[in-house]
Each structure stands twice: as structure tokens, then as C-alpha cells.
Design a protein around this ligand. Structure first.
Ligand code: G3I
Length: 363
């Protein structure tokens, strides 16, 4: 995930704030069904679940139960959590969250079978192609087999595209890319499909939403990777857009909608997998930030849904009390980030009403 950038020109942003606030004031418009939504099927809504908070905060568990159709373990299916000891698999956290989801009849997403981050030290020290392939295949075989028929969708690979792709250099520099080359993606998808042929297999990545040549290149690379998998007969079912949206940046609506058209041509689904709003450049006032975030999410989702209906819309947490955004994108005024649909006291914010519109759209 990208680290924060230096402060932007606040003066230029202030003009934008006025526009955003105006959009926020027209929140009724924000909540009106977007084009093509009014007669469409509901889109399942869900959230990532952190095991530590799940175990300690009953309001968190209650919110997951009340609001979510889908749950994704935020960290407990990562190598760092499962493979901290090379000689064994620790599924304790994942099992607890999977059991909760099944008890409460929630769908499940798995995140992530391959990532270049959140790796235990021993995995970061792998040194040969043979070792990397052996460990990757065994990991995916063991994890996918354990949850076969239970976790319906997997982020098979996460963030394999270079943040700023260069000509001839589309792939992110990770241990997997270094030891296996681009084939690491095929190995991951082929193995997951072999173990659970019924699972939906997704390529998950971020920064598909903004204008600019770098983001357009990322969208093209994601499509190229999936096209190559399909051409080789390797099952791939969709692209996961993490959608960590920046409140101080515009959306490339045309680029996003063209991306959705291309996904359709490849018969690929789209999933919104980690939605939240990074509001570190917005004014302190909570109501202004909440309106701006809701307006941005509505604009983003209307743009996507009007061309291709996501299989799910998943936020990266539910309450502002627990979000990675506050630590990674600290505000100058030290005010807490407000990235999610519920506030720190688990009260719904305007963003939740927007998400509800998509969750309850009547067919
Ligand atoms: O579980 C250990 C705990 O035992 C230990 O005491 C503690 C202090 O070191 O660390 C705990 O692990 C932390 C883990 O979250 C669980 O809380 C890791 O250090 C920490 O790095 C990890 O951060 C997560 C991060 O991914 C890296 O895995 C964030 O919670 C999570 O929100 C973030 O999510 C990522 C997605 O997976 C991919 N897309 C970007 C997104 C945001 O970075």
C-alpha cells in the first residue's frame, strides 16, 4: 500500500472543499439511486474483521453481525499470521472469524494467498526459485483446502502490480517476483483453482481510481495479467479494487468506466474489496468530512455500478475507532481520521446510507 505523500496545495484544495461541501449539502442527490441502480439486484455489503478487536469489543462484533453480508479476515489469512512458525500452520484467528461468519450466515472472502508484504522473516529470506515455488504451492494447497467450500472468494494475489509501472516493468518488486518472475501469479491461481475449483479467484490491487497515466497503466496491467491467465486456461474470475479513496483527489470516472467495460469483455467480475476514505487533507469539521466522504463514495460506486455490478462492496473496517488510516495518514491537526461508515461510537454516518442504497437496491 502506498505511503503518504507530502502535503498538497491547501489553497487549491480549499476551492475543492467548497465544491465538495456543496455536493455534500446536496446529500439527498448523493442518496438518490444512480443510473441503472433503481431496478437492480442488491449488492452484498461487508467488512474486514480484525481478530484483536473482534475478541475485545462487543460493539464491533455486533456491528459486523448487524451490517454485514460478507466478512473478510483483515489479517488472519496472511502469511504473517498463519506461518509465523515455518514448521506449522496457525489458523487460530482465521478459524475464529470463519466460524463467526458461518454461525451468522455471512459470506466469506479470503485475503490473501500471495502478497509481497506481511510475510514472516523466514519467507522474506527464501533464496531460490525451487524453494519459493515449493513454499507457495504448499501454502496455497493447505490454506485453500482447509476452507474449501467455505471461503467462496479468494484474493489469490494482492498488490502484484508496480505502484508506478515502467515500460517493460509492470510487476512489483517482491520476493515472489524476484524468485519466480511473473509466473508467481500463474502458480498461485493454478494452485488455488486445483484445490477448490468452485472458489472465485480474484486479483486484488489498489490505486485504480485516480486520473493520470500511472493509474491508467495499472488498470491495463491488471487486465493484461487476467487476459494471460485466461489465455492459458488458468481460472480467474475477477479483479478486486481495494478502493482506498483519497478525499483530496479527483476520480477518473471515464477511466473507471472504461475499465468496467474491459472487464465485461473478459467476462471478469469486479469486487470493491477495501473501501475507505483517506480524509487527511479535509478540514477538521466532522460533518464536512463525513459529507465529503459519503459524496465521494457515492460518486465512485455510481460510476462503477452503472457499467458493471460489483459482486460485493467491502469496507476495510466498519468504525472510525479502528482503522489503519489514522496511523498511516495522520492529520496535521491530529484529529482522528473518519474513513469508515460508522463513527467511533458505532453510529452510522452519511457513508453508511450510501452503502445501504447499494445493499438494498430492489430488483
Ligand atoms: O498480530 C500481531 C501482534 O501479535 C503483535 O503484538 C503486533 C505488534 O507488533 O502486531 C500484530 O500484527 C499486526 C497486524 O496488522 C495485526 O494487528 C502487524 O504488525 C501489522 O503490520 C498489521 O497491519 C495490517 C497491514 O495490512 C499489514 O498486514 C493492517 O492491520 C491492515 O489494515 C492492512 O491491510 C492492508 C491490506 O491487507 C492490503 N491492502 C492495504 C491495506 C492497508 O494497508
Amino acid at each position: 500500500m502506498r505511503q503518504p505523500e507530502p502535503d498538497r496545495d491547501i489553497a487549491a484544495w480549499t476551492r475543492r472543499d467548497a465544491l465538495v461541501a456543496a455536493a455534500g449539502l446536496a446529500s439527498a442527490a448523493v442518496l438518490a439511486p444512480g443510473p441503472g441502480l433503481a431496478t437492480a439486484r442488491p449488492i452484498p455489503f461487508g467488512s474486514a474483521a480484525q481478530i484483536e478487536t473482534f475478541r475485545t469489543d462487543p460493539r464491533y462484533r455486533q456491528a459486523l453481525t448487524s451490517y454485514c453480508d460478507v466478512i473478510v479476515p483483515m489479517n488472519d489469512l496472511k502469511w504473517e499470521a498463519i506461518r509465523h512458525d515455518r514448521s506449522r500452520f496457525d489458523f487460530s484467528g482465521a478459524d475464529e472469524l470463519v466460524a463467526f461468519a458461518e454461525r451468522n450466515r455471512k459470506g466469506l472472502r479470503g485475503h490473501a494467498l500471495l502478497w509481497g508484504e506481511a510475510l514472516p522473516p523466514w519467507a522474506r529470506e527464501m533464496s531460490t526459485r525451487a524453494e519459493a515455488e515449493r513454499e507457495l504451492v504448499e501454502h496455497i494447497e493447505t490454506v485453500v483446502d482447509r476452507y474449501k467450500g467455505r471461503i467462496a472468494t479468494w484474493d489469490v494475489v494482492n498488490e502484484v502490480i508496480k505502484f508506478e509501472p515502467l515500460p517493460g516493468e509492470p510487476m512489483r518488486d517482491t520476493i515472489w517476483q524476484r524468485l519466480l518472475g511473473p509466473a508467481h501469479v500463474e502458480i498461485a491461481f493454478r494452485t488455488a483453482a486445483r484445490i477448490d475449483p468452485k472458489a472465485r479467484l480474484v486479483l486484488n490491487d489498489f490505486n485504480f481510481e485516480e486520473p493520470g497515466p500511472g493509474t491508467a497503466a495499472r488498470r491495463k496491467i491488471a487486465l493484461d495479467i487476467c487476459r494471460r491467465l485466461k489465455d492459458k486456461g488458468i481460472p480467474v474470475h475477477g479483479i478486486g479494487m481495494q478502493a482506498h479513496l483519497y478525499a483530496d483527489k479527483p476520480l477518473d470516472i471515464d477511466g473507471l468506466q472504461a475499465f468496467m467495460v474491459e472487464l465485461g469483455k473478459l467476462d471478469l467480475d469486479v469486487e470493491i474489496t477495501e473501501l475507505d476514505v483517506i480524509d487527511w487533507k479535509l478540514p477538521a469539521d466532522a460533518a464536512t468530512r463525513d459529507r465529503a466522504a459519503a459524496s465521494l463514495v457515492a460518486t465512485f460506486l455510481d460510476a462503477i455500478v452503472s457499467v458493471r455490478r460489483p459482486k460485493a462492496i467491502v469496507t476495510w473496517g466498519l468504525s472510525d475507532r479502528y482503522s489503519w488510516v489514522h496511523e498511516i495518514f495522520p492529520r496535521q491537526d491530529k484529529a482522528r481520521a473518519r474513513p469508515l461508515p460508522l463513527d467511533a461510537d458505532f453510529k452510522p454516518k452519511p457513508m453508511m446510507a450510501v452503502l445501504d442504497r447499494f445493499r438494498r437496491s430492489q430488483s
